[in-house]
Write a protein that binds this ligand. Structure first.
Ligand code: ATP
Length: 722
């Protein structure tokens, strides 16, 4: 026995709380019409979670609550609690006793509780499904529903059968798995949609990140290139500036020295040129002096000739004395011309000239007045004159020699001075050449310094550009070591480094230098999200596979158990049928029905058909059965189903109402048989049925308009029932 108690409070006609205890397998509820018996059967439906108000004979939730009666106020809520013994764990609950309750309030809201813990309606359905109490409630046969199994559609009948066979739990598991599958499919569709949505963004970000990583790598390369290039460049600029300034200093010093030397040499040359004039003057003076001496000498020689001629003539005339004293005209003209010429000379020594003139004139006179007694005197004078002339000539020759010597010395002196001048000119030329060279060197060094300034400007410019590209890392070059001296090789390599930097700069500018951290952040976030979604999709795919496999396994079990169930039910159905009809045949057959609907594909539905054959009667359809026959067939099938997978309890509300006495007895026997596996709660007016009950409850409607309950004996029951 599983059902131990049913507590009803405020439900329908039960204005006051009542408790039915089920300490026997067959409990009969008896009472006059309208006392509230069926309300007890409905209390079972209610607590089992029935949602159909029609099945509860109401329209709204409020209809289920006691409306009040004579001196008894209406209830605010209707509540029913069914208590089960769960020691055999018929419910998947850890407690030994399970109390399931449902309360409906006047506003129509429902509350469900399991062991006083609020739960959902579905939890109640699930709980009962696990205990073979299906949602079709085939084990609660309400009043007037005795032939319910027959009047149901084949599809509904199939559901009743499935409930009865305890397939609900499997169907429930299948449905849960299908829901899970649907949810997983929905989730996978959503996940894939999100993945599809994220994919282009991720691809874009991937490209961005790759490009930025490339740029970053390029930037690192550029930093290294810059460090080497700039350290070399900086060292070169410093070294070159020092070198050029030093060289310039040296060249300028050299130029200064050369210029000083030139000035000095110029002075020397100038002095020499002025002394040249002096030499010329001296030469001219010596020349004039020499000419004079020579002329005087010539005149003296001529005079000496005349003197000696006169002497000779005088000495010859001592034999032939002259008769007249005359001065020859020719001699006078000669004297005159000679004196005139001498007077025209540039530098005339007039005193010497006058002396010479007088001397020659006296000689002419003496020559013209020779003879007589003066001849001796004259001879002496001539001799004296000859002597003077000879001495004069000798003196002039000395003077001439001295003059010639002076001339020679002057020439030598002049030559020496000229040589010095030439040497000075040569030296000046050399100095000027050196000066020119120094100027060229200074100009070259200055030009190189200007070039260096340009290079330094480019260096500064490079630093600025580099800073814009690589930031503060541009200063890394300061800690790099570079050579102190530069060979051509380094300069070529430096040029190659510069070109390499240019290429890298261009590439970096092409790629873009912006290091947008947001892109990296978003890429990481989206990558994580995509990885998560991919994992989730895989999990969902696994889950879908598991669900599909699970559904297939469950379905296979349902199909197997259904087929086995149909065979077992048929065996019991025919047996019960034969008992009730004293023969005949009955069976249920699974059959497919094709439902045609306009504009839709035909739907194939599986149902259960009932085929019977009554003894001694030929019937072709269930519709041809009488009311009693329908009830008996229905009971036979219901009882057959209940035999296969017995429910914990069966509620039968006046199922036996239409039975005659003979069938009532057979029905009674079947009830006893059924009670061995399930508890039976029977609302009845039937004496045979009452007779089989272990507990009898009498229901009466008291004066307050509320149903009342009392435990009674069989005899009392007979009275109460009628
Ligand atoms: P019968 O033997 O004729 O089938 P019964 O004993 O099964 O009768 P029920 O159908 O259970 O009787 O009870 C019907 C009674 O319940 C009616 O008298 C009705 O007035 C009463 N009833 C139904 N709903 C309420 C309600 N909400 N409040 C008060 N009484 C109600």
């Amino acid at each position: 026995m599983y059902l131990t108690e049913l507590r009803i409070e405020g439900f329908k006609s039960f204005g006051k709380p009542v408790t039915l205890t089920f300490s026997h397998n067959i409990v009969a509820i008896v009472g006059p019409n309208g006392s509230g018996k069926s309300n007890i059967a409905e209390a079972f439906r209610f607590v089992l979670g029935e949602q159909s108000m029609k099945s509860l004979r109401g329209k709204r939730g409020e209809d289920l609550i006691f409306n009040g009666g004579n001196k008894l106020p209406q209830s605010n809520r209707a509540s029913v609690t069914a208590v089960f013994d769960n020691k055999d764990r018929i419910f998947a609950d850890a407690f030994d006793e399970v109390a399931i309750s449902r309360t409906v309030h006047r506003d129509g809201t429902n509350e469900y509780r399991i062991n006083n813990t609020p739960v959902r309606h579905q939890d109640i359905i699930d709980l009962f499904a696990r205990a073979n109490v299906g949602a079709t409630n085939h084990h609660i046969i309400s009043q007037g529903e005795a032939d319910r199994v027959l009047s149901a559609t084949p599809e509904d009948r199939k559901e009743i059968l499935e409930d009865g066979l305890g397939l609900r739990i499997l169907q429930f598991r299948r449905s849960e798995t299908e829901k899970k599958l649907k949810k997983a499919s929905g989730n996978i569709a959503e996940t894939e949609a999100v993945l599809r949505e994220l994919s282009p963004r991720l691809q874009y970000l991937k490209r961005q990140v790759k490009q930025r990583e490339k740029a970053q790598a390029l930037r690192e390369e550029l930093i290294n290139c810059y460090a080497t290039y700039l350290s070399y460049e900086s060292a070169f600029l410093r070294a070159e500036e020092t070198r050029l300034n030093d060289a310039l200093g040296v060249f300028r010093d050299e130029q200064r020295d050369v210029e000083a030397a030139i000035a000095k040499e110029r002075k020397g040359v100038a002095a020499l040129s002025s002394s040249d004039t002096q030499y010329r003057k001296k030469e001219a003076s010596l020349f004039t002096k020499l000419t004079n001496i020579r002329e005087q000498k010539s005149a003296a020689i001529r005079d000496l000739g005349r003197c000696e001629g006169a002497i000779a003539a005088l000495e010859n005339s001592q034999a032939t004395l002259p008769t007249e004293e005359t001065v020859r005209r020719h001699d006078l003209e000669e004297l005159y011309n000679d004196m005139s010429k001498r007077c025209e000379a540039d530098s005339v020594n007039y005193s010497a000239l006058v002396t010479l003139f007088l001397q020659r004139l006296r000689n002419l006179i003496r020559q013209s007045c020779g003879g007589g007694e003066d001849t001796g005197k004259r001879h002496r004078e001539l001799l004296h004159e000859q002597k003077e002339l000879q001495e004069g000539i000798a003196s002039l020759e000395e003077e001439e020699a001295s003059c010639l010597l002076a001339q020679k010395e002057l020439a030598e002196e002049k030559e020496c001075a000229l040589q010095s001048a030439r040497d000075a000119e040569k030296s000046l030329f050399v100095l000027r050449t050196r000066n020119h060279e120094a100027e060229q060197k200074i100009a070259e060094a200055t030009r190189l310094l200007e070039d260096l300034k340009d290079r330094n400007r480019r260096f500064e410019e490079e630093l600025r550009e580099g800073h814009a590209l690589v930031g503060a890392a541009i200063n890394n070059y300061k800690s790099e070591s570079a050579p102190k001296r530069f060979a051509d090789k380094e300069n070529k390599e430096q040029e190659m480094r510069r070109r390499d930097i240019e290429r890298k700069k261009i590439r970096l500018e092409e790629i873009g230098t912006g290091m947008d951290t947001e892109v990296f952040k978003e890429y990481e976030e989206i990558t994580d999200r995509v990885t998560f979604l991919q994992q989730e999709r895989q999990d969902l795919l696994d889950s879908i596979t598991d669900c599909e496999q699970g559904i297939a396994v469950i379905q296979k079990e349902i199909d197997t158990r259904f087929a086995q169930g149909v065979r077992k039910v048929n065996k019991e159905f025919e047996r019960f049928f034969k008992i009730l009809f004293d023969g005949g045949k009955a069976k249920i057959v699974p059959e497919e029905r094709v439902i045609e609907r306009e504009g839709e594909d035909p739907e194939v539905r599986l149902g259960i058909a009932v085929h019977i054959s009554l003894p001694r009667k030929r019937i072709t359809s269930l519709n041809q059965l009488s009311g009693g026959e329908r009830t008996l067939t229905s009971i036979a099938l219901l009882f057959a189903i209940s035999q296969i997978t017995p429910p914990p309890f069966l509620v039968l509300d006046e199922t036996d109402a239409a039975l005659d006495e003979a069938n009532s007895q057979r029905y009674g026997s079947m009830i006893e048989r059924l009670a061995k596996k399930s508890q039976l709660i029977l609302v009845t007016h039937n004496r045979e049925t009452m007779h089989r009950a272990g507990i009898l409850y009498g229901v009466t409607m008291n004066t307050t308009g509320s149903s009342a309950l009392l435990s009674i004996q069989f005899d009392e029951a007979l009275q109460v029932a009628h």
